[in-house]
Ligand binder design. Sequence first.
Ligand code: CU
Length: 404
Amino acid sequence: MVLLSTFLGTCLTVVATTAAAPTGTCAAPKPPPYSDIPTPGHELTGIPMPDDFHRFQRIYQKNVRASLPSGNCTKKNIGKRRSWDELDDATRIDYLRAVNCLAAKPALTDKKLAPGAVNRLDDFTYIHINQTNIIHGSGYLLPWHRMFLWQFEEAMRNECGYKGHLPYWDNARFSEDPTSSAVWSGSETGFGGNGVDLHVEPKTLVFPGLTKPFKLPMPGGTGGGCVTDGPFTNLTLSLGPVVKPFIDKNNTYGYEANPRCLARNFDPASSKGVLTWANATIIVSSHSIGQLRGTIEGLWHKDSHTYIGGEGADPFSTTNDPAFYLLHAQIDRLWAIWQGQDLKNREYAIDGNRTFLGIPLDYAPDLPPSLATIDDEMDMGLGFKPKTKEGMPMTKGNFCFIYE
Ligand SMILES: [Cu+2]
């Protein structure tokens, strides 16, 4: 309550917490925050959304709605992507069921490309591994992952009968105590909690595939072992891991079968004081796409992976943790809110190189760094190669969604 008053002020607190018309000096009340209207039965938890962020979110929602209808996307059929913490239990259970359903369906990826790909989740992990040095630290980060999330959402719906939309992990609400989010519940309505504590030491891992070695420091964390609660205790992973203390010549990209449990290694220091509303607000108030890319990478992207740790912290095979899709929906949401401040100038704004930090790749060592364009092709796997610009709008082409 202290935080609520600090962030929202007394006047809005009254409006937000009661349905009654405001009285006294609060003559011109703001409407109740749209995204602070909880699903019946689910009171919002965590740190409330501050006014500043809320203003950006409202402008985004208003502008996206005003742009409708757009092709087949209308105010009526637009998909509402909501925070996991605000979903009802039935939707949560159905979502988790559909993830396990994809895990039970055979992989479609050519065995010659990824001998270890077993199930449909592995198809997503294979292409994410395969593209990692192109789609991170580059101009493709945001459009590639937007398209990737959509592919996953479609597979959940079309192949496993999921009826809802892609939820996001609203980590700013839980930056001080991430495990208080319903995402990490060990019941049938969450993704399960931390892995067993193996007292892992901090280490330095190395990216394969780049002409200049890139070293990734990994904190010790508080887990490291298998997740022992929730719906994924029987999930068997196969591809990865890829980043190791050395480049593994025998299985460089983790494409060979390596059956193992889902492991997590929560690192509270990557969340506390980092994945905060303050940083989320800095991100959405970026003045240019260049600045946005810097703030999203520097203040959010890496740390949200590092917080989860274990499988989720491997930049290549991170998709092995089903929570990946919620983590990236949150990144996508921050980009969407930024785009939505000025759709005309920001929808197709791109910045960045064509490879990870512009470092030439092993297979093209002499290619100098160059800038990504919206007409470049993206490789989404299974032969799907859309242009980058197809991964950028929110209500055109394949996409019709809004973050609430
Ligand atoms: Cu990624």
